[in-house]
Design a protein around this ligand. Structure first.
Ligand code: S3P
Length: 446
């Protein structure tokens, strides 16, 4: 089959053209929550019996987790949109030593949670790697507290960078403080604690998302949450986990693109269905409220231990926002799209205490500043944040996701509101967390 000339030209860079104008209307159901999807696979793998997962995110990141688990003898049924996924657990200590390197792809959650799961597998050796982005991301934040429990993890730059080698050992419980408010670090430690000798207390500087705590408890782990602002978790080992039926709600981090697109694009009125509203994730709703966005929560309900609702958003005038350090863990993945919202708001929006964004899939402060500046936005970048002066008309531009899924989708939202067409290079990055994003965009604009 021969391809048209422009398809051949565009294929390697995955270029996508976005015409501005026209509101977004109708209903959209975002794919399953990425954090919850990883956990359902991982906890199912170390449980006894079968775990059935409804609504699992069929995207590249959870596929990386599933591939690692299969390489260690866990049966995971095919992951396809709309299909229930079945995991046959091997028990807390049942992983087989893989004969090859475990590839975590682009997924920080896979690598970090896996480190916690594997560090205590006595007598077995594991090597974890990932793509170029993941091999540049900090891992000692997990390796160091795990070492306090007796773990042996080695890697480039003193264990900071993958590939990482884990020599499984019997771990001992202790009290560990995480160096950053990171659910990935916390979850790794909770997983390691399940088979350690004696209880483990994990203390975070600020509470990060608590999906692991909720789901581990549902699987039968013995776990207590307390301390100021629920920053301390105590795990008492000994309980085995039992397979569960997990229902994964829609990802609020994916819904964020539609919430911002609806709020800033004239003529928009849309409903995002089945969105997870766990309070440790809803910082974006508070910021949009601060901006005066027209958002309503419809039909709030509880689904399998997580709050869920439908969100209606309409276009309207917006004011600037201020986001400080305390709020960051509750909207860490939404800053790129909020930067886009800031461009369309009246006044100067500010983000501070967000240095963590520099060690995500890309340096998201630098990348968003660079890409939005190319559209004529007024962005000032700081070491730990940015200031954006809104009310400037964005211009169409040649844009680049720089391989980051959330950047690709944020730039699409910006391009809807530009004065002329934009091209987004490496738009295929969206498939890491939202493979149907471009189709949903086309449908909502029809
Ligand atoms: C995640 C936690 C966050 C988030 C990431 C997913 C998780 O990272 O950015 O997309 O599933 O635990 P940190 O916990 O490192 O901030």
């Amino acid at each position: 089959m021969s391809l048209p000339a422009d398809a051949l030209l565009n294929a390697p860079l995955s270029l996508r053209r976005i015409e501005p104008g026209g509101g977004l209307r109708g209903r959209v159901r975002v794919p399953g929550d990425k954090s919850i999807s990883h956990r359902a696979l991982l906890f199912g793998a170390i449980a006894e019996g079968e775990t059935r997962i409804e609504g699992l995110l069929p995207a590249e990141d959870p596929l990386s987790t599933a591939a690692c688990l299969r390489a260690m003898g866990v049966e995971v049924s095919p992951i396809e949109a709309g299909a229930e996924v079945i995991v046959r657990g091997v028990g807390l200590d049942g992983f087989r030593e893989p004969a090859d390197v475990l590839d975590c792809g682009n997924s920080g959650t896979t690598m970090r949670l896996m480190l916690g799961l594997l560090a205590g597998r006595e007598g077995r050796h594991f090597v974890l790697t990932g793509d170029a982005s993941l091999r540049g991301r900090p891992m000692r934040r997990v390796g160091q507290p795990l070492a306090a429990m007796g773990a042996t993890i080695a890697g480039r730059r003193g264990g900071e960078l993958a590939p990482l080698a884990v020599q499984g050992r019997r771990l001992h419980g202790t009290t560990v403080r995480t160096p950053v408010a990171s659910a990935q670090v916390k979850s790794a430690l909770l997983l390691a604690a399940l088979t350690a000798e004696g209880p483990t207390t994990v203390i975070e500087p600020v509470q990060s998302r608590d999906h692991s705590e909720r789901m581990l408890r549902a699987f039968g782990a013995s776990l207590q949450v307390g301390g100021p602002g629920d920053t301390e978790v105590i795990v008492t080992p000994g309980a085995s986990l039992r397979g569960q039926h997990v229902v994964v709600p829609g990802d609020i981090s994916s819904a964020a693109f539609w919430l911002v697109a609806g709020a800033i694009t004239p003529g928009s009125d849309l409903v995002v269905e089945n969105v997870g509203l766990n309070p440790s994730r809803t910082g974006i709703l508070e910021v949009l409220e601060q901006m005066g966005a027209r958002i309503e929560v419809l039909d709030q309900r509880d689904v399998a231990g997580e709050p869920v609702g439908d969100l209606r958003v309409c276009h309207g005038p917006l004011g600037a926002f201020t986001i400080g350090e305390e709020l960051i863990p509750r909207l860490v993945d939404e800053i790129p799209v909020l930067a886009v919202a800031a461009c369309c708001a009246e006044g100067v929006s500010r983000v501070s205490g967000a240095a963590e964004l520099r060690v995500k899939e890309t340096d998201r402060l630098a990348v968003m500043a660079r890409q939005l500046t190319a559209m004529g936005a007024k962005v000032e970048e700081f070491e730990d944040g940015m200031a954006i002066t809104g009310g400037v008309t964005l211009g169409g531009a040649d844009l680049d996701s720089e391989t980051d899924h959330r950047v690709a989708m944020s730039l699409a939202v910006a391009a809807l509101n530009a004065g002329s067409e934009s091209w987004i290079a490496r738009s295929d990055a969206a498939a890491v967390s939202y493979p149907g994003f471009w189709d949903d965009l086309t449908r909502l604009r029809a």
